[in-house]
Ligand binder design. Structure first.
Ligand code: BGC
Length: 592
């Protein structure tokens, strides 16, 4: 249904809403399924464990895909399931074209693809081209080959500084803490060269100046495209190429400007030659038809630079991390939304929106604080101020309803549809994120957002798996929040997700337009019109008066506690603190 043909209620037509609008983004008529898609991130090791080893597997994903289909999503994106020593939960790949036995086999992958296709969902896989595992045969070959050899040239080996080469080649720091360089022992037993790893020492960075690296990844792309995937989420897509000469840099590998974003001059990020790589990959995808996509995980600052990743001949989408980091600060949200849509419209690319993923504290936990979550992005411990779970969940519902009203694509992270909080009480001995060990526990890392999912309240491990304990302990609240409990309740978080995703599709909001509705954009509220739908978020401590005579389409508050779809807002009806509504609107722009 086009946004223009959404039904107006007679009452609304009779009383046009007047008020100034600031148009930002027109409706999108460019073909491409991804431009408005809702893509659900599956983190395989925490999704569903069918073989009972305490770690999720591909067969578990296949078994539960029908539950995801109920959410009316377009695609699933799978975090890595490739062969890997699992030093960084699979982002340390030792064979890009095989499934790690922990998760199953290529046959299990094919069965999962077939089931997803049967259910009308596409599958996107993770591509990790910046680095591999130190157990990858190419790196093992580099270790035994001499300095200057073609084998070493696939990675970034350098001689050390100092009289005996005992100092790292430059001052770059690893994203996970500590130096970004590790010294090897040469085959003859002598202390040798150093190799670069922007992440863990078990994750050597590839040298993208080497033709062999390009050839290898083109082979990997084709391998998965031939198996039917609809595309790739490209890990640390901003980092593959490093500045010539590897100049010194004062910040961490992930930079030091703001909100975890790279400084804009960081020599390990955003180098111009990156874009030729993605242009070449786009040409390869195009050989498979118009529906295969690339999505950049590119942490770039400032936001308009993100548009460089999604020019018409490069990637199709890029994650919008500035939106994730804007929290519930309505001024920042407005700025990021406006800047995203205008910058991306300039290159005819759709925006994407995201609130949670496997690298950040879940939004149901981040929003459970009055003020900022402590150590946002680095996990929360038992000694930190604790979030209010109920507050966090209801604000998370409001944030998600607001986000899903925005035009463009949206990414959901497994478990957010259940309003899951982060796991906080994780024994140090069970923490697996390399950040924890590399910083001596100063940064807890990302295990808290990776806790195995609760499926069925009455079963062991809340239905995650029937065998060994899950690889990370589930918080007590997980049984209460299990999917089967929520599926049986019309007022649950899950039911809200189902209702909003269904209406988002029916109203085609992902293809819609955006204009700020200025009368309801205040210091504590934000309102935009997408076609005929007014999306209104109140983050203030006081209720906000709803525009009267409008039909309520969706509310982030469960029906018995607030409004129900189809209610008419009356004069003076309030929108509570931390709530979002979608209203059906007929609006007259008094500014002409
Ligand atoms: C992934 C992380 C991973 C890192 C290194 C990222 O951005 O999302 O989970 O640790 O890349 O591969």
């Amino acid at each position: 249904m086009s946004v223009d043909s959404v039904l107006f209620s007679p009452a609304a037509l009779a009383s046009p809403l007047t008020g100034p609008l600031t148009p930002v983004h027109p409706a999108d008529h460019i073909p491409g399924w991804w431009r408005s898609a809702v893509i659900y991130q599956v983190y395989p090791r925490s999704f569903r464990d069918l073989n009972g080893d305490g770690i999720g597997d591909l067969a578990g994903i296949t078994a539960e895909l029908p539950r995801l289909a109920e959410l009316d999503i377009d695609a699933v994106w799978l975090s890595p399931f490739y062969r890997s020593p699992q030093r960084d939960a699979g982002y340390d790949v030792s064979d890009y074209c095989d499934v790690d036995p922990l998760f199953g086999s290529l046959g299990d992958f094919d069965a999962m693809m077939a089931e997803a296709t049967r259910l009308g969902m596409r599958v996107i896989v993770d591509l990790v081209p910046n680095h591999c595992s130190d157990q990858h045969p190419a790196f093992q070959a580099a270790l035994t080959a001499p300095a200057g050899s073609p084998e070493r040239d696939m990675f970034i080996f350098r001689d050390g500084r100092g009289a005996f080469g005992e100092e790292p080649p430059n001052n770059w720091q690893s994203h996970f803490g500590g130096s970004a360089w590790t010294r090897i022992t040469e085959p003859d037993g002598a202390p040798g060269q150093w190799y670069l790893h922007l992440f863990d020492s078990s994750q050597p960075d590839f040298n993208w100046d080497s033709r062999a690296v390009h050839d290898e990844f083109e082979r990997v792309l084709r391998f998965w495209l031939d198996r039917g995937v609809s595309g790739f989420r490209v890990d640390v897509a901003h980092a593959l190429v490093k500045a010539p000469g590897l100049p010194e840099w004062g910040g961490r590998a992930d930079g030091s400007s703001s909100d975890g974003f790279p400084g804009r001059d960081a020599p390990m990020f955003g180098q111009p030659a990156l874009h030729d790589i993605y242009r070449q990959w786009r040409r390869i995808l195009a050989e498979y038809g118009p529906d295969r996509i690339l999505c950049a995980e590119a942490n770039v600052d400032p936001l308009p630079r993100l548009a460089d990743w999604v020019r018409p001949d490069e990637m199709h989408q890029a994650f919008n991390f500035p939106y994730l980091h804007a929290g519930l600060d309505v001024h920042r949200m407005r700025h990021v939304i406006t800047e995203s849509l205008t910058s991306l419209d300039a290159v005819a690319a759709p925006s994407t929106w995201v609130l949670s993923n496997h690298d950040v504290v879940r939004h149901a936990t981040r929003f459970g604080y009055h003020g900022h979550a402590p150590r946002d992005g680095d996990g929360i411990g038992t000694w930190d101020p604790q979030p209010d779970e109920d507050l966090g969940r209801s604000r998370a519902a409001a944030a998600s309803l607001f986000m899903l009203g925005l035009p463009g694509g949206a990414y959901l992270y497994q478990g957010e549809e259940l309003g899951l909080p982060d796991g906080i009480d994780i024994p140090d001995t069970q923490r697996q994120d390399p950040t924890f060990a590399r910083t001596g526990g100063a940064r807890l890392g990302r295990d808290g957002c990776r806790i195995p999912l609760p499926w069925r309240a009455g079963e062991p491990n809340a239905g995650f798996g029937h065998g060994q304990d899950p690889w990370l302990p589930q918080p007590e609240s997980f049984a209460r929040l299990a999917r089967d409990v929520q599926a049986a309740s019309s007022s649950s978080h899950l039911s809200l997700y189902k209702r909003m995703l269904e209406l988002r599709r029916r109203l085609d909001l992902g293809r819609g337009s955006l204009s700020w509705y200025e009368d309801l954009c205040t210091d504590t509220s934000l309102a935009f019109l997408n076609g005929s739908t007014l999306v209104l978020l109140n983050v203030g401590s006081e209720p906000l008066e709803l525009p009267a005579g409008r039909m309520l389409l969706r509310s982030s508050t469960p029906p018995e506690a607030g409004y129900d779809a189809g209610d008419m807002a009356g004069a003076g009806d309030p929108l509570g603190s931390g709530e979002t509504v979608w209203l059906e609107i007929y609006i007259e722009d008094t500014e002409g």
